[in-house]
Design a protein around this ligand. Structure first.
Ligand SMILES: *Cc1c(COP(=O)(O)O)cnc(C)c1O
Length: 389
């Protein structure tokens, strides 16, 4: 097994070595590590709902009523009553006929894409799509054409130049997970109509974030025009799980054919109940998504004013590009010593030479804390630029 050792050594030398760290959560935006408290600017807990009393209570009650685990797959005995409440509520929230819950967003993507597409079909996939979309394309065995990031002229060219006797599918992240930019859905829908392609949007980072929390379709006023809206229950929805929202037939088809849905034990009741409670809060309290959006622009404006290369945007994902992986790791470590947890994103998550700090803002942050963080981040990055690192 020498190749394991070789791989791990090489990963360390290239600053690409990864390891898990057990952060103990204190609240939605702070963690404890070796007895010290850190400010978290790295989580996808966009609305801070993991620690909302109503969400916690819903999970506790689900455990009390239904037990700790589901005990079966969705199609055997794993579908407990709170599932139908959540699926109905998700469909209403997304403005679709139906919705189906998977065990996570990753499984929703691989299960859905591989169930819908096959050898005779062609998938058009943005080059920055999430790994779970990429893996779904691979699993489907469909021909996959990768178009340049959000480049609609290139997508049009790919559609025009790729003969296809089967189905066509255009798939994109609604908000790109490492760049925080929004997919040009209006153009995509137009091209899909022109070339008779299905459309699929992964709203993992847009649910609870854009369009009053309803996602990118609502953000662009494209209700009813996206065939497959997929997302996760693990980010703004503060629990775990994934979902697909669309027509009743789509959901029926996935329940019958998506292997990651069929061959895995259903989520624990607590996760489903927590996601439902979070969804109800997002619908009832528009102030939540408004606070997220004001914190995001506060952070973006602050970093820009401090001279950092933050491009315009409105999402809570704010990348600060630094280039080499080693630089990103060094910066993240320095910021951690100053009390901030910000993830260094390196290849293969992003292309070679495009390593970055990925700052993620939450509605639960307070602006005084964000203000201090902005100063610290700017000082660390600017010091590095001056070369006295
Ligand atoms: C996080 C993420 C997923 C995976 O969702 P999980 O529920 O964490 O498995 C899928 N797509 C995108 C774009 C993501 O960012």
């Amino acid at each position: 097994m020498d190749f394991l050792q070789d791989y791990l050594l090489a990963a360390r030398q290239k600053n690409l070595y990864r390891q898990t760290i057990a952060y103990e959560p204190v609240d939605a935006t702070h963690v404890r590590l070796d007895g010290q408290i850190y400010l978290l600017l790295a989580a996808n807990n966009y609305l801070g709902l993991t620690h909302h009393p109503r969400v916690r209570q819903a999970a506790i009650e689900a455990v009390a009523n239904y037990g700790s685990g589901s005990g079966g797959a969705r199609l055997t005995t794993g579908t407990h009553p709170v599932y139908s409440s959540l699926e109905g509520r998700l469909a209403a929230f997304k403005g679709t006929e139906a919705a189906v819950v998977f065990n996570c967003g990753y499984m929703a993507n691989i299960g859905t894409i591989s169930a819908l597409m096959g050898r005779a079909d062609t998938i058009f996939s943005d080059e920055l799509n999430h790994a779970s979309i990429i893996d779904g394309c691979r699993l489907s065995k469909a021909r996959t054409v990768v178009f340049r990031h959000s480049d609609m002229a290139h997508l049009a060219q790919c559609l025009a130049e790729t003969p296809c006797s089967g189905q066509r599918l255009i798939v994109v992240d609604g908000v790109f997970s490492m760049d925080g930019d929004i997919a040009p859905l209006e153009e995509i829908v137009k091209l899909a109509k022109k070339y008779d392609a299905l459309t699929m949007v992964d709203d993992a980072h847009s649910t609870g974030v854009l369009g009053q929390g309803r996602g990118t379709a609502v953000h662009f006023g494209l209700e009813g025009q996206i065939d497959i809206q997929l997302g996760t229950l693990s980010k703004a929805l503060a629990a775990e799980g994934g979902y697909v929202a669309g027509s009743r037939q789509l959901v029926e088809y996935l329940v019958n054919t998506a292997r990651s849905f069929i061959f895995s034990t259903a989520l624990a009741p607590a996760a489903v109940a927590a996601a439902l409670a979070a969804l109800e809060l997002i619908e009832a309290e528009p102030a939540l998504t408004e606070k997220l959006s004001s914190n995001s622009s506060f952070m973006r404006r602050g970093l820009s004013a401090a001279g950092l290369p933050v491009v315009g945007g409105i999402t809570p994902i704010i990348p600060v590009g630094v280039g080499p992986a080693g630089t990103a790791v060094k910066l993240a470590e320095e910021l951690r010593q100053g009390g901030l947890i910000i993830t260094a994103i390196r290849p293969p998550t992003v292309p070679e030479g495009e390593s970055r700090l990925r700052i993620a803002v939450s509605a639960a942050h307070d602006q005084a804390e964000l203000s201090l963080a902005i100063d610290q981040i700017a000082a660390a990055v600017n010091k590095l630029k001056r070369g006295d690192h």
